[in-house]
Ligand binder design. Structure first.
Ligand code: ACO
Length: 427
């Protein structure tokens, strides 16, 4: 293929380099367009703009493909554990047993938090949204270890990354337990990463904690499925904040804030809220199917459709099986979950949804699992954040190692042209 394109503007021709990715994705490199032709491109929401070259995650929405570092999400969810996937995303290869053991030991070593951070946590109102608390505490961690990360020093970089992987699950568990009015616990270093998370979250002070393998397996899958999704809103935020050479923790805290929004990580919370609303309105799923199809009604079936995946969401296929297993294993009998099953069945057989290729997305089922685990809806996005952590870290590390320039988009100015200052009395 030709590696140059030309554009013709006002009878002037400009060459534009063509960049081809390893999966044959083709992009026009317009970075010199401004200096060559005094032109910028305009693309609100960056819907058709590549912000970087990345070797971490490949996705093809048309074909329903999602791969981390070349490995398919289906294989990773079935065969790997979350820590292996975290290592893969961040460092580029699946770890050897020795590397995995070291990673796990190093995390356990760092899974301790300055007790003063509890004071900060306890100062938040009980009603505060868990995502706001998590974002603040993540920034707060910097204050307890303010040394800057030297990105040219592999050990320094490793240490910062491991600190984050170790401490964020403790914070997630603390945020959850505080909301539930339970005492804040530290983990159990004899356990694996996900088992430890489950215990830190769900153990009761007056009861022996018994691990449930189905729950741990479902959590492991959920975390893996959410671990990266290339240049989404929060990941782009982490990269752009980090591009100013803000530290890793500050960049991740910004990513958590970006994920908070309902158009991004907040969708699984919206699914459960929709199911609860249908339940309190009598549980008539047919009525809500009609509403979803009515173009004069703004109601949409939350958890159906996806901006990128237009045939199916590969993550949804995997997590649906896990959701079924969790519901069966825990013997859950919740009217909300019955409504979810009813909507799913009706939508999959309904011409409107079939014609538009609207299938349940990952958020439809992740909300169902979290609800079954008695995790409050406002905590769902916090669980998503924990899963996304390795992806954010991997992108931050890649961006710094590639020495990418500070992110600074341009704009097309549409405001007032030059005018003279008017004295306050004459306005
Ligand atoms: N319920 C009913 N109709 C829908 C839905 C839905 N959930 N989603 C799309 N449609 C319809 C649209 O009305 C449109 O119909 P038309 O062709 O007759 O006009 C058609 O399907 C195409 O929809 P678009 O809006 O063009 O699809 P788009 O890619 O813009 O939107 C989105 C994708 C935002 C995810 C949308 O499907 C939606 O709002 N879903 C519900 C919210 C949700 O679940 N979000 C989470 C996404 S997963 C994630 O972010 C991790």
């Amino acid at each position: 293929m030709n590696n140059k394109a030309t554009i013709n503007i006002n009878d002037n021709t400009h060459d534009i380099d063509i960049i081809t990715g390893s999966e044959k994705e083709v992009a026009l490199d317009i970075s010199k367009l401004r200096s060559d032709a005094n032109l910028i491109t305009l693309d609100a929401g960056f819907k058709n703009t590549g912000s970087c070259q990345s070797a971490i995650t490949f996705l093809d929405g048309e074909k329903g493909i999602l791969r981390y570092r070349g490995y398919s999400i289906e294989e990773l969810a079935e065969k790997a554990d979350f820590l292996e996937v975290a290592y893969l995303l961040i460092f580029g290869e699946l770890p050897t047993q020795d590397q995995l053991n070291k990673l796990s030991d190093d995390i356990k070593e760092r899974a301790i938090i300055d007790e003063d951070l509890r004071i900060i946590l306890n100062s938040f109102p009980k009603s505060a949204h868990p995502m706001g608390i998590l974002s603040s505490l993540t920034s707060g961690l910097v204050a307890f270890d303010p040394s800057a990360v030297d990105i040219d020093d592999e050990e320094d970089m490793y240490d910062a990354i491991l600190n984050l992987l170790a401490k964020i699950p403790v914070l997630v568990a603390w945020v959850y337990r505080r909301r539930k009015g339970l005492p804040l616990e530290y983990g159990d270093t004899s356990l694996g990463y996900v088992e430890n998370l489950a215990k830190m979250m769900f153990q009761r002070p007056n009861k022996e904690y018994i691990q449930n393998k189905t729950v741990v397996s479902a959590l492991n899958k959920l975390l893996i499925l959410h671990a990266d999704h290339e240049q989404n809103c929060s990941t782009s935020t982490v990269r752009i904040v980090g591009s100013s050479h803000a530290g890793l923790f500050a960049s991740i805290s910004a990513g958590i804030s970006a994920l908070w929004g309902r158009l991004h990580g907040g969708a699984n919370q919206a699914v459960i809220e929709m199911l609860e609303a249908i339940d309190s309105d009598g549980g008539d799923t047919k009525k809500y199917m009609l509403k979803a199809k009515d173009k004069t009604d703004p109601f949409r079936l939350m958890g159906f459709g996806h901006r990128v995946y237009k045939n199916f969401d590969p993550r949804a296929k995997i997590i649906k099986v896990a959701a079924d297993e969790v519901l069966k294993d825990l013997g859950i009998n919740d009217p909300i979950l019955d409504i979810a099953k009813g909507l799913e069945k009706e939508a999959l057989e309904d011409k409107y949804f079939v014609d538009r290729k609207l299938y349940p997305n990952v958020d439809f089922y992740s909300g169902i699992i979290y609800k079954a685990l008695d995790i409050p809806a406002e905590m769902f996005t916090v669980m998503f954040a924990l899963g996304r952590l390795p992806g954010w870290v991997a992108h931050w590390r890649e961006m710094r190692i590639r020495k990418e320039p500070i992110g600074r988009p341009r704009q097309v100015y549409i405001g007032q042209t030059h005018r003279l200052f008017s004295d306050i009395k004459s306005r």
